[in-house]
Design a protein. Structure first.
Length: 134
């Protein structure tokens, strides 16, 4: 799960659960289908908690409409705070890597969810947080 949401929630349930955040339904022209994963990004917004400010986009299963993934992006300076938040919620990452050429650090969790976090010098921090098996 991501924050107070649960995998499988409908768009309406996610919006109600995160009502204190700035979320909006994407118009058809802005939606991002991912045919290979049978999902589509249909909600977008800003997540705020303390000093953390992240742009988030929610993807829903094309078959049953349930929440399956959250794509996250923040300013470069948000990287350490996002990493700390993920580690508090899910423990130490199971995978770690660093590209010596670019300095990009990649952290991955495979349980209980699938999470990929990338922190790169001079670039926005990005994460993809999905239900297992997506």
């Amino acid at each position: 799960h991501w924050e107070n949401t649960r995998w499988g929630m409908s768009e309406q349930q996610v919006m109600r659960t995160l009502r204190s955040q700035e979320l909006r339904r994407l118009p058809p022209g802005e939606r991002r289908p991912v045919p290979s994963a049978r999902m589509e990004y249909t909600l977008s917004g800003t997540f705020r908690s303390g000093n953390l400010r992240l742009n988030v986009v929610f993807a829903f299963d094309g078959r049953n409409g349930g929440l399956v993934c959250v794509s996250i992006q923040g300013e470069e300076a948000q990287g350490p705070a996002l990493r700390a938040r993920l580690e508090r919620a899910f423990g130490a990452p199971q995978e770690r890597g660093r590209d010596p050429r670019t300095g990009t650090e990649t952290l991955g969790w495979s349980r209980p969810d699938e999470i990929d976090l990338q922190i790169a010098p001079g670039r926005p921090v990005t994460a993809l947080h999905c239900a297992r098996g997506v």
